[in-house]
Design a protein around this ligand. Structure first.
Ligand SMILES: [Zn+2]
Length: 68
């Protein structure tokens, strides 16, 4: 698992590609090989969890469309 938790299991790339038109069941894929890493809903949940661990007790100001 990479630093951000989304390193590709297939090619090892840490780059992800999100769909241009995002829906809850859209796939977040590896930007290098196209392997599906998670659904957009799962991706947001995991990123939110990582951010909460990184900044306990406060909600960081972020501009990404992530649900809390
Ligand atoms: Zn990959």
């Amino acid at each position: 698992m990479g630093r951000d938790g989304f390193q590709c299991h297939i090619c090892g790339s840490a780059s992800v590609s999100v769909p241009g038109r995002i829906e809850q069941n859209s796939d977040v894929t590896c930007a290098k090989c196209g392997h599906v890493l998670a659904s957009w809903a799962e991706y947001k949940r995991r990123i939110g969890s990582l951010l909460r661990e990184a900044t306990p007790g406060r909600r960081p100001a972020i501009s990404d469309p992530i649900d809390w």
